[in-house]
Write a protein that binds this ligand. Structure first.
Ligand code: NIG
Length: 393
């Protein structure tokens, strides 16, 4: 077991009880953090990596993406910027391109997207299926994702594909399609929204997933008021994502629950929806996460730096709150957060924190100050990324 000591850290945000340290060092062994403290008191190690006076924080935990797709929808985006509304129907365009792509190309595209996410400081990723929408294509998406991505979510209930009847399609989703993807996924999700699936249909999908032992996630309250938040809380979903249009009762329900409200600011800007009420949710005591929502329809970016900067500049979070939401918040939304000793509830090294015991996932900025994430928006601030103490970017 090689012990690697990271030194030359101007500012170390542990996002744990250890807080933020200056002139710090961090020791990693076997991919886990084993010591954190002032550089002057650092233990001996086999290897030293001098980060040259840069700021370090945990790698981003991007808990909401749709990374398995082919094709782009730049024309749709351009029309939206000229005044058109976003509608769920565009998903079918990506479905056609994805079905035609084939395994090799889909895998190559996924690997390119993972590389780009690493280059932006992300070390933990979730992806949904949901651009196949037939048994073979959903299974293929899930299989490919399971080879490379940390957490996989089945989203057969993304849209009723053109030509299908809703009832028949739902039978397929909760039957043959679920059987086909179940070996490869840990989560099930549903797009609970006008134009996609209503409350009863969403409940059916989630309950079928739960019966198969899958954790629950919900797309809700993105394009208008709706039942998504209440349904997610009632069923004990780990996360309800988007939450742009929520009532006081929704905020209250979230605040009294373990369901994380996952905010997707890049998507809100791209769809010209009001930014989700981050401040209101936090002030009420709800758990929040920030995620990229990488997908070709509503958020063609994996830049968590952009999401964090936007949350500070336009959603009125402090930098500390935004970093917490994009690290520990994302980890909680995936149930990979620290529940004690730096481990998650399954005894794995926790994600999103640099507490002792957690995964040594480091995001090194090319600056001495983490505040630059908001102060210098859009600048190429990620210098290096380490996952389990191994350099990935
Ligand atoms: O999270 N809202 C549903 N699904 C995606 C968008 C999918 C698309 O338009 O391709 C989202 O924004």
């Amino acid at each position: 077991m090689t012990a690697v000591l990271f030194t030359g850290i101007s500012e170390l945000r542990t996002v744990s009880e250890l807080g933020t340290l200056h002139d710090a060092a961090l020791l990693a062994e076997n991919g886990q953090v084993t010591w954190v403290g002032e550089a002057a008191t650092a233990p001996a190690a086999d290897e030293e990596v001098d980060l040259g006076g840069r700021a370090v924080l945990p790698g981003w935990v991007d808990s909401h993406t749709h990374m398995i797709f082919d094709g782009d929808r730049s024309g749709e985006f351009e029309a939206r910027m000229a005044g058109a509304d976003y509608a769920a129907g565009g998903i079918a365009v990506t479905m056609s391109a994805t079905r035609q792509a084939g395994e090799q190309r889909l895998e190559q595209l996924l690997l390119e997207r993972i590389r780009a996410a690493h280059a932006g400081g992300t070390t933990t990723l979730e992806t949904k299926t949901g651009y196949g929408l037939d048994v073979a294509s959903e299974r293929l998406s899930a299989e490919i994702a399971a080879r490379h991505v940390d957490e996989i979510t089945f989203l057969g209930a993304h849209l009723v594909p053109p030509g299908a009847q809703t009832g028949d399609y739902l039978d397929l989703v909760v039957g043959e399609m679920l059987d086909a993807v179940a070996p490869h996924v840990g989560w099930i999700d549903v797009f609970c929204e006008r134009g996609a699936f209503d409350e009863a249909q969403s409940r059916r999908v989630l309950e079928a997933g739960r019966k198969r032992g899958l954790g629950l996630r919900v797309h809700g309250n993105q394009l208008g008021d709706g039942p998504g938040v209440q349904l997610a809380v009632e069923l004990g979903a780990a996360s309800v994502d988007h939450v742009n249009y929520i009532t006081d009762a929704d905020v209250e329900a979230l605040a009294g629950s373990e369901t994380v409200a996952t905010l997707l600011p890049a998507c809100d800007l791209s769809t010209r929806q009001p930014l989700a009420p981050a401040r209101q949710l936090l002030d009420a005591g709800a758990h929040i996460a920030l995620a990229s929502n990488l997908n070709p329809g509503t958020s063609y970016t994996s830049s968590m730096n952009f999401c964090v900067g936007t949350a500070v500049l336009q959603q009125f979070l402090s930098l500390e709150e935004a970093i917490h939401a994009a690290t520990v918040g994302g980890a909680r939304a995936l149930r990979r957060h620290d529940v004690g000793g730096g481990l998650d509830s399954n005894g794995r090294p926790a994600k999103g924190t640099l507490a002792v015991g957690a995964a040594a996932d480091l995001h090194v900025l090319d600056t001495a100050h983490t505040i630059d994430l908001a102060y210098r928006p859009g600048m190429p601030l990620t210098w290096r990324t380490y996952r389990g103490a191994e350099r990935v970017a």
